[in-house]
Design a protein around this ligand. Structure first.
Ligand code: YNC
Ligand code: MG
Length: 388
C-alpha cells in the first residue's frame, strides 16, 4: 500500500500490535563514512539546487512555488500563502544548515519546480532529548504530481540530515502515513465573521442573522489583563524559564534554550507575535502567549484575495488563567486585523477552545517522528510541539 514508506524506519501499521518493540530509535546510526556521498538521481530534465535564502530572487521563486502549489483544504477553496519573511524565519533558526534547503530546478529553464526543507531542533520524547530535523515545505509543482518525485526529495533530505550525524526527524502532514504519534484537530475562532462567511470559510449558523453573528464574536477593544504587553529582547531569559518549566509537562516537546526562544518567539512583524503578563507589583513575568501569521489565498472569490489567519503557537499560564490569557490574544489579533484565530487541540488548549467560541474544523493534522518509535502514540494533550 505504501511502496515508499514501507521501506523507511518509521512505525509500520503491521507492527502496531507488537508489544515487544521498544520505544526510541528504530535503527541505530550508521558510521558517517557509510552515508551515501552523492545526491540521489533525479529524472534527467531536473537538477538539485541548494537554496540560498539570503538571495532575494531565490526567495521570491520559493515564495511563488509554494503560493501556487502548496497545501490546500479538502475543497480547494484556500491555499497556504506563507510570506517571504515567514519563510526566512522558519528556515533559518540557530545553527541551521543551508544544505537542508533543497530545491529541484528544471535543467533548461532553471525554474524551481519542487522543494523540501529541514531545520535542526532538539526534541524531547519522555526523558530522551534527541537532535532531530524538523521537515517542512515539501512541495512538488502541480504539473509534476504522482511521478514519485516526493520519495526522491525525502530520501535526499534524509541523506543530508544523516551527513550532519542526525538520525531522527519530526514532521506533520494532513495525509495518513505510517504511523502518526498523534492526530490533532484545528479549531477556528472567527474574528471577522462577515468576511469568513463571504469567502465560504464558515457558514451562518441555523437561526442566526449576520448581525447576531457579528455580535456573538465581538471582542473588547484592548486586552483586559493588567501588565499584558508585547515580549521584548530583555524578556528572553524569563520567557525561556517559563516555557521550559511548562513544556516539561508534555510527553513530546521541544527543548528550547535562550537562543531558540529569541529566534522563535521574539516578535517579528507579520510573522510571529508574542505577549506576556508582567506583574504590575513584582515585575515578574508570569504568563506568555504567542501566535504566528499564515495567510491563505482565497481561490476563486470576486471580493477577497486572502484570509489573514493567526495560529496559536506556545502559551504558558502560571498566574493569569489560560482562558483569560487567550482571550487577550484574540483581542490583540482582532486589533491587528486578523480574520480568524486558529488553534490545535494540543497542550492544554482544550481548556479554552469551546469557552472562547472556537469551532472544530474538518481536516486533521497528523504528527510523525522518523526513526523513533513511541508505542501506542500519545494524546494531542500530551503533545507540546507546534510545527509551522
Ligand atoms: C507527505 N505530505 O504516501 P507511498 S507536509 C510524506 N509527507 O508514498 P509522489 C507523502 N509523504 O505511500 P506527489 C506526503 N504526501 O507510496 C505524499 N507522500 O509510500 C508520499 N502537495 O509520491 C505518498 N505538501 O511524488 C507516497 O506524490 C509518495 O507528486 C508519492 O507529491 C507529494 O511538508 C507532495 O501537501 C506532497 O506538493 C509533494 O502532493 C505533493 O503527490 C504536493 O508520486 C501539496 O509520497 C503540498 C503538500 C506536504 C506538506 C510536509 C512534511 C513532509 C514530511 C516528509 C517526510 C520527512 C521524513 C523525514 C526525513 C528526514 C529524516 C532524517 C533523519
Ligand atoms: Mg511526483
Amino acid at each position: 500500500r505504501h511502496k515508499f514508506w514501507e521501506t523507511q524506519p518509521v512505525g509500520q501499521f503491521r507492527d502496531a500490535a507488537d508489544s515487544s518493540l521498544p520505544d526510541g530509535a528504530i535503527e541505530p546510526p550508521t558510521p558517517l563514512s557509510e552515508v551515501r556521498a552523492d545526491p540521489y538521481p533525479l529524472p534527467a530534465a531536473f537538477e538539485w539546487y541548494t537554496c540560498d535564502l539570503d538571495d532575494d530572487a531565490l526567495l521570491t521563486d520559493l515564495y511563488a512555488l509554494l503560493a501556487h502549489n502548496y497545501v490546500e483544504d479538502d475543497e480547494n477553496m484556500f491555499r497556504f500563502n506563507y510570506s517571504p519573511a515567514f519563510l526566512r524565519w522558519a528556515l533559518r533558526p540557530p545553527s541551521f544548515f543551508r544544505a537542508w534547503h533543497i530545491g529541484v530546478r528544471a535543467r533548461e529553464s532553471k525554474k524551481l519546480v519542487a522543494f523540501i526543507s529541514g531545520v535542526p531542533a532538539r526534541i524531547r520524547a519522555r526523558d530522551d532529548v534527541v537532535r532531530m530535523a524538523e521537515i517542512n515545505f515539501l512541495c512538488v509543482h502541480k504539473k509534476l504530481r504522482s511521478k514519485r518525485l516526493a520519495p526522491v526529495l525525502i530520501r535526499e533530505v534524509t541523506r543530508r540530515v544523516h551527513q550532519e550525524n542526525i538520525w531522527q526527524a519530526a514532521y506533520t502532514a494532513g495525509v495518513v502515513l505510517p504511523t502518526p504519534i498523534t492526530t490533532c484537530r484545528y479549531w477556528h475562532r472567527s474574528l471577522n465573521p462577515k468576511k469568513l462567511i463571504d469567502v465560504g470559510f464558515s457558514r451562518l449558523g441555523p437561526r442566526m442573522t449576520m448581525s447576531r453573528t457579528v455580535r456573538l464574536y465581538k471582542l473588547p477593544e484592548a486586552p483586559l489583563t493588567p501588565g499584558f504587553r508585547q515580549m521584548e529582547l530583555r524578556d528572553v531569559a524569563a520567557v525561556t524559564r517559563l516555557l521550559r518549566a511548562y513544556l516539561a509537562k508534555f510527553v513530546v516537546a521541544p527543548d528550547f534554550d535562550e537562543m531558540d526562544v529569541e529566534h522563535w518567539l521574539l516578535p517579528r512583524e507579520d510573522v510571529v507575535d508574542s505577549y506576556l503578563v508582567e506583574s504590575p507589583e513584582t515585575h515578574e513575568v508570569t504568563d506568555f502567549c504567542s501566535f504566528y501569521t499564515l495567510p491563505s489565498s482565497v481561490l476563486n472569490n470576486a471580493n477577497y484575495a486572502t484570509l489573514k489567519a493567526a495560529y496559536s503557537y506556545y502559551n504558558v499560564s502560571t498566574k493569569t488563567p489560560l482562558q483569560q490569557l487567550m482571550n487577550d490574544a484574540l483581542i490583540v489579533a482582532k486589533q491587528k486585523n486578523y480574520d480568524v484565530f486558529n488553534a490545535l487541540d494540543v497542550m492544554e488548549n482544550e481548556s479554552f477552545l469551546k469557552e472562547l467560541k472556537f469551532g472544530p474544523g474538518d481536516g486533521q493534522l497528523h504528527y510523525y517522528l522518523y526513526n523513533y518509535r513511541i508505542r501506542n502514540g500519545i494524546k494531542p494533550s500530551e503533545l507540546g510541539l507546534v510545527l509551522l
